[in-house]
Design a protein around this ligand. Structure first.
Ligand SMILES: [Zn+2]
Length: 248
């Protein structure tokens, strides 16, 4: 019994140390913006936002080299969605989860741009490189106003730099502000995102291979609904890509 208590204390201590480390990191970043957002190491020439060690440490999926992978399997409901991938495995409690949290809620759009550049480099020359246009999953205007930017747009911006593919963030908009998806099951999630997008400018996407981009894929419901809206446009093909995929 005593052993278990000891283990619990150890875990609590470990958790507090983690919190202190994260807090110190935020503090360091405030005064030394030229340090790595993840580990605090001073950035050298050619590095931006993250150091090379942390980028190399990302648990990359390399799904772009694997046609039948866990991301595209989430979209089997619609065989017209061609390819699917994610840059890295997104695990709760990891330092990379903190990174996505900073991107979405802490006003750090540069994290999206930089990760987008690395992601774009990773999939250069793959089937995803055959896309004609990158389209970020849009935020509802109210949420956009509150956040000041759309994180998926920032990811596209970075991908566009390394892949030389244009970004279209105007042709499809979000018309319904959905509640957070985290407490809903898969069916509820899909229902929750049905017809929440609206095509504004079909001519811009007509006959194009569209690469739909989001930050994190969990069940794929939002992206599926978004992809299906785009597939209503004549001659379109859709593939999907996200920075992270949440796999248990
Ligand atoms: Zn680092």
């Amino acid at each position: 019994m005593k052993f278990y208590n000891f283990e619990l204390i150890f875990l609590q201590k470990k958790e507090s140390l983690k919190k202190i480390r994260f807090f110190l990191q935020d503090f360091i970043n405030l005064f030394f913006p030229n340090s790595c957002t993840v580990c605090g190491r001073t950035l050298i020439k050619g590095e931006n936002v993250f150091c090379t060690f942390c980028i190399n440490d990302l648990p990359r999926t390399r799904f772009h080299k694997q046609p039948d992978n866990p991301v595209i399997q989430l979209f089997y409901a619609n065989p017209r969605i061609l390819y699917g991938t994610a840059y890295f495995i997104y695990k709760k409690g990891s330092r990379f989860q903190k990174l996505i949290h900073q991107l979405k809620y802490k006003g750090c759009p540069e994290i999206g741009i930089e990760l987008g550049k690395h992601f774009g480099n990773d999939i250069l020359g793959s089937v995803f490189h055959s896309a004609d246009v990158l389209v970020p999953v849009p935020l509802h205007p109210e949420r956009f106003k509150k956040r000041g930017y759309n994180q998926s747009e920032k990811i596209c911006e970075g991908m566009s730099v390394s892949m030389s593919i244009p970004v279209d963030f105007k042709s499809v908009i979000r018309t319904v502000n959905t509640q957070t998806q985290t407490r809903k099951n898969k069916e509820e999630r899909h229902k929750n995102v049905e017809s929440i997008f609206s095509i504004q400018n079909p001519e811009m996407l007509k006959n194009k291979h569209v690469l739909v981009v989001d930050d994190i894929i969990t069940t794929g419901s939002t992206m599926l609904s978004f992809a299906e809206e785009i597939l209503k446009i004549e001659g379109t093909k859709v593939s999907v890509a996200a920075l992270g995929v949440a796999i248990d």
